[in-house]
Design a protein around this ligand. Sequence first.
Ligand SMILES: C[S@@+](CC[C@H](N)C(=O)[O-])C[C@H]1O[C@@H](n2cnc3c(N)ncnc32)[C@H](O)[C@@H]1O
Length: 243
Amino acid sequence: MTARHPLGSDLTNQRSDRQRRTDRARSPQWKEPNPEDSNGKTIYNLVMPKKPLIVRAHDAVIAHLWDGGLAVDATAGNGHDTCFLAERVGPTGRVIALDIQECAVTATRAQVEDAKLSERVSVFKADHANLLDYVPESWIGKTSVVLFNLGYLPGSDKKIVTRPETTVSALTASLSLLAGDGILSVLLYLGHSGGAAEATAVSKWLEELPVEHFAWESIGSEKPNDPLRHKNATPILTLVTRV
Ligand SMILES: C[S@@+](CC[C@H](N)C(=O)[O-])C[C@H]1O[C@@H](n2cnc3c(N)ncnc32)[C@H](O)[C@@H]1O
């Protein structure tokens, strides 16, 4: 079976189908399809990773962070990801975090203060579509990590969610920030209203990335709308790097 992006495009634009099959066959996450599992419906041979995808996202970005690094948290929320980034860039690194909600900005600032990381973090109440208005020009082409954790703020108004148009604008802006060895991490969720439309927009955006400049891979359920998975519509993690 050919591995496919959860919403239709290739799972990665980088590796051949054969390479991907070999990679997965070697991976502990790989399991051969078992028709018994499917109740007679088609099943998919890409299983959900055992680690939560947010942990996978953190694992992926750690490799791109070092003391003195620059990082952007495009969806600050409760500040967990902001603190994660701030700890890893060290005292001489800098993190910029954005969120459209006042409560998220307050929560993030509080988390950052509690963790004694305030000197290396700036938090703005802003739409990430306007990311480049908040990030110094000197960060263009020098930023190690841009992190998106899309959807709604847990414990808050679930109607305030990231939206396809602003997400796509922000993703495009993020690419201009990325250093040669930087990484863009995008975690999106399909379970909330608007989640599928956002996933479709991100998928289309990925398909249009110039392959000579960017490589990407996505991890998650192969077919999120499968009735077998519907109850727990799965998240999808996409990682973009420069070629
Ligand atoms: C899943 S939460 C982020 C979780 C967060 N990274 C953390 O560590 O707690 C998604 C956040 O995106 C924010 N958001 C929604 N639309 C946004 C936009 N256009 N620009 C910036 N933030 C946005 C929401 O307010 C919400 O806090």
